[in-house]
Design a protein around this ligand. Structure first.
Ligand code: FRU
Length: 481
């Protein structure tokens, strides 16, 4: 039995031991999952591949898991698409992307080779090279005989092959470009671009973005696309070396600007954070069925507390987010049918709460809650997963224009979002998607987003609003599941 068959057989034999999976967020059938890979609309369905290790709930030999969906709520698992079964990807088929060419689905990924299996990191022995595989049906993949297609020969001097990964391939006017994460000789992160006419022969084109020496960052999983006539570059940030772990959190950033493909130059004008929480990482975008730009991310972070082992799975994807550039900022809106799925209804209008006054909303663990607050309101708190003294609290201080998320669950500490009311609306809108292990908060229809995850077993169910000074809520909408 080969490695791929072994993985698929293991999944079939053990998947029924998995429990407590989220109800409307994608999670693996069994085992560990990290980054979304190869996110694409192909032959009438959205395909999502992902970094996958079926045998345990911790990261190890990376396979590419695979699932399809039409509505991002109902998912069908497909067989694992790739295992690390070649010399050039012996220690992992790392992250990458997909593109359709002549009716076939091509994936481009990183072949990771590390003879020490990550235990004793000997950089000089680690190599990351880019590979391709193709499929006629989007299910069975064949790795290309000329793999790796980008390696030491194509990587210019001044870059280190030990950290050279995550190809995101796009086509512009008949030319293929791919952006990649790389560590430069100063040990810092850069995003570089390669060019090809056939996906097989690649040449180095340019460096499109460099983090500064002082930032101490590597930039993983770059993504480059056009939306609303603007070019957007995304990347995920991590410490460039272990000694910077405390100062450099795993965050995901965006730059809006102009990409000159001919010259290989990206000129940024605006920048921002994709998520103010700590559990949104390595997102990847694709063009949706109707030409919209969709993004999905790993709703987790490196070194997060694992779920209880008996759950049998680890890792979730965020809701897909539809992207637009509005007023020089990237706006992200959940791309599921909220009305149909949650059937939300108005449960309160013009509600005034005095200090400490409680409004009980629901006792369901999963659902959708929307609170619209006039900018003239005082302070209030949304309490989620409340049980006795424990809860996750979203404190909204309208006057001071700040929101604070804190929780008695999980390990994320406090999340602060400043500047809530940047638009000219007279209200602030908070839309919350609550699932078994996560909360995603979209502020003002996605001007800012906060993801929070916690796998604690003892989370409560209750949702309530608690008044602070002069709290006045215009509308409260709720739909449980
Ligand atoms: C990001 C990442 C990628 C890499 C993959 C390995 O989370 O570190 O850079 O390709 O995970 O699983």
């Amino acid at each position: 039995m080969n490695k791929l068959q072994k993985a698929n057989e293991y999944i079939q034999q053990n998947k029924n031991n998995v429990n407590n999976r989220p109800i409307y967020h994608f999670s693996p059938e069994i085992g560990w999952m990290n980054d979304p890979n190869g996110f694409t609309f192909y032959q009438g369905k959205y395909h999502l591949f992902y970094q996958y290790y079926p045998y345990d709930i911790v990261w190890s030999d990376m396979h590419w898991g695979h699932a399809v969906t039409e509505n991002f709520i109902d998912w069908e698992y497909l067989p694992v698409a790739m295992a690390n079964d070649k010399a050039y990807d012996a220690n992992g088929c790392f992250s990458g992307s997909a593109i359709e060419k002549d009716g076939k689905l091509y994936v481009m990924y990183t072949g990771h080779v590390d003879p020490n299996l990550g235990f004793d990191k000997v950089e000089s022995e680690i190599a990351e090279r880019q590979c391709i595989a193709s499929s006629e049906d989007g299910i069975t993949f064949e790795k290309h005989k000329l793999n790796p297609v980008i390696g030491e020969k194509q990587l210019p001097e001044g870059y280190l092959i030990c950290d050279f990964r995550d190809p995101k391939v796009i086509e512009v006017n008949g030319v293929y470009y791919c952006v990649l994460s790389v560590r430069n000789a100063q040990r810092r992160g850069e995003i570089i671009m390669f060019k090809s006419l056939d996906l097989v022969q690649w040449t180095y084109h340019s460096s499109i973005f460099q983090s500064t020496f002082e930032e101490n960052k590597l930039l993983e999983c770059p993504d480059l696309f056009k939306v609303d006539e603007k070019d957007v570059l995304l990347f995920s940030e991590m410490p460039c070396d272990p000694e910077y772990t405390k100062d450099v959190p795993n965050t995901t950033a965006y730059l809006i600007g102009k990409m000159d493909f001919e010259r290989g130059k990206f000129t940024p004008d605006d920048k921002g954070l994709l998520d103010y929480g700590q559990t949104f990482y390595a997102p990847q975008s694709t063009e949706g069925k109707d030409g919209e730009r969709l993004l999905i991310g790993w709703m987790h972070r490196w070194n997060q507390t694992n779920p209880p082992k008996e759950y049998g799975f680890n890792g979730m994807m965020s809701l897909p987010r539809k992207l637009n550039v509005i007023n020089e900022r990237l706006v992200q809106q959940p791309f599921i049918d909220t009305q149909n799925y949650f059937s939300p209804s108005v449960i309160g209008e013009i509600v005034q709460l005095t200090e400490g006054e409680e409004m009980h909303i629901e006792g369901k663990t999963t659902g959708f809650l929307e609170v619209v607050v006039p900018k003239t309101s005082g302070e209030f708190t949304i309490k989620l997963n409340k049980e006795g003294e424990k809860s996750t609290n979203i404190k909204v201080d309208v006057e001071n224009n700040v929101l604070l998320l804190s929780s008695d669950y999980g390990d994320e500490g406090n999340i602060k979002v400043e500047d809530l009311s940047t638009n000219s609306d007279e209200n602030i809108k908070l839309s919350l998607y609550i699932d078994l292990h996560s909360i995603e908060l979209f502020i003002n229809s996605g001007e800012k987003v906060v993801s929070f995850t916690a796998y604690d077993r003892d989370k409560g169910k209750d949702i309530m609003l608690v008044g602070g000074e002069k709290a006045e809520l215009k509308r409260i909408v709720y739909g449980g599941r």
